[in-house]
Structure formats: C-alpha cells, structure tokens
Ligand binder design. Sequence first.
Ligand SMILES: [Zn+2]
Length: 143
Amino acid sequence: MGKKAQTGKAKPKIDDNGVLIVPPPRTIANQDHFHRLNYLYQLSAYQTKLRAGAVKGHTPLARNYIKSMDLISKKTKTSLLPTLKRTICKRCHRLLWAPKRLEITRDGALAVVCGCGAVKRYNVAADADYKTYSEREGNLINP
Ligand SMILES: [Zn+2]
C-alpha cells in the first residue's frame, strides 16, 4: 500500500545558506537559435571590421545583421549575453567598437557616445568588481 522507498535517488544538496543546489542541464535548449544569433553577430563584426576605414566605419549591412539578431532573439525569446549587449547600440544597431566619443561623467560613469548620438552609460565607479549573473563563476553552462 505504501510508497516504495526511493533508494536510487540521491539526496538533494543544500549549501550553507540553505539554497538548493540543482545540477545544470546537460543540453542547451534551442541551441540552433543561439548558433544563428552567434553567426549574425560574427557577420556584423566582420563587416564592421572590413569597412573600418569607410564612411563612419559601418555599413548598412552590418547594422542590418545586428537588427536581425535583435529581432530573432526577441521572437525566439532567447536572451543575449550582457557582454554582447554592451557592444550594440540600441538605437541604430551599430557595434560600439569604435564609438564617436568616450566620456567620464561627473558621477564617475563611463559614457559611450555612438555615431547616431545615443549614449550608453556604464557605472564603472560604483563597484569595480561587479559581475553580471552570466559572468559569475559557475552560472554559465559550457557545452
Ligand atoms: Zn547608435
């Protein structure tokens, strides 16, 4: 009548803070979407690098690749790594490898000014050791 004892299963691991430790999954879901996003980013990087001496250093093709990458990530609900997002201008979809201007603001933030005039601010003075969730040790799955 009673349930059988589950002797085959391992006991769940709990760390010192009382957090349940769950092993990472063995495969990455929607891996083909990530391959496609990576490929589009590489194409854009290649076009940007290729045309570095051209007018404003960017081509419409490179911007179109980034725009497609952004649309695909939204449509497939796959998130880009913050390290990739930091290199993309949200307004004009350019790679911010050679920005128009770099400034240190009064409050110690780094302001990156794109060719379109959009400003990306990074608060580097607040916490120099800050890492995003994916940059922290053990949070990113390596295939
Ligand atoms: Zn821009």
